[in-house]
Design a protein around this ligand. Structure first.
Ligand SMILES: Nc1nc2c(ncn2[C@@H]2O[C@H](COP(=O)(O)OP(=O)(O)OP(=O)(O)O)[C@@H](O)[C@H]2O)c(=O)[nH]1
Length: 230
């Protein structure tokens, strides 16, 4: 697909009705890969692993996926694109923006500059998109680092409101609100699809119909208790 460092960590997508393509964008080292891995690994149903947060900087774009049963909708496959935050990969990552339906705009709550760059990231995407507009969620990551935080939840809320999106704080380290962030975005996409605000288009990869008939809901996966330290 023309990306460097491309790598697929696929999950079984049997019974999924749609595929939603979602990208994580934000400055280098804000924790995009860690957040994504936490989310994808959480789907395996194995006991919660020790957080393994050491990850090398992303090169180009890497792919992950996870199947998800939406509470009031179909089962969907999330195709998740982890993009490099480093400027030198921008020409690669930019070529992917047009074909996403959802974007997690991630900043690090202990890194002021990463917050100040959020408007630029948002602008990058909106400038390259076609007629179908992606749905965004602003994510303040590394919420476990309370003593060194330099972006308040209130100012992040205000920025999110001014850009017309919701805001959420997450921590891959504490596994705090990780599932919630991805699930909230997937839910918003499903609602937009249902209400006709987003439509399936032949030449657009943001949403794909992958299964016309849907299998019955699988039993709910057991939740691991007590993972959130917030
Ligand atoms: N305290 C804390 N550190 C984190 C968390 N998530 C990631 N980190 C650390 O932040 C650093 C960068 O994490 P990455 O996941 O590689 O960041 P990235 O945004 O994918 O970076 P690029 O690929 O360069 O764009 C690593 O040292 C991680 O260990 C978190 O929730 N809490």
């Amino acid at each position: 697909m023309g990306q460097s460092g491309g790598q697929t960590r696929a999950m079984e997508a049997g019974g999924c009705r749609y595929q939603f393509r979602i990208a994580l964008l934000g400055d280098a080292a804000v924790g995009k890969t860690s957040l994504l891995r936490r989310y994808v690994e959480g789907a395996t149903g194995t006991p919660e692993p020790e957080p393994e947060l050491e990850s090398a900087p992303t090169v180009g774009v890497e792919f992950y996926s996870r199947a998800l049963q939406l509470p009031a909708g179909p089962r969907v496959k999330l195709q998740l694109w982890d993009t490099a935050g480093q400027e030198r990969f921008r020409c690669i990552t930019r070529s992917f923006y047009r074909n996403v339906v959802g974007v997690l705009l991630v900043f690090d709550v202990t890194n002021r500059r990463s917050f100040e760059h959020i408007r630029d990231w948002h602008q990058e995407v909106t400038a390259t998109q076609g007629p179908i507009k992606a749905i965004f969620l602003l994510v303040g990551h590394k919420s476990d680092l309370q003593s060194t935080r330099c972006v308040s939840a209130q100012e992040a809320e205000e920025l999110a409101a001014s850009l017309g999106m919701a805001f959420m704080e997450t921590s891959a380290k504490n596994n705090c609100s990780v599932d919630l962030a991805f699930n909230t975005l997937a839910d918003a996409i499903q609602q937009a699809l249902q209400q006709g605000d987003i439509k399936l288009e032949e030449d657009w990869g943001g949403i794909r119909l992958i299964n016309k008939t849907q299998s019955p809901k699988p039993p709910r996966r057991k939740q691991h208790a007590g993972s959130c330290q917030c």
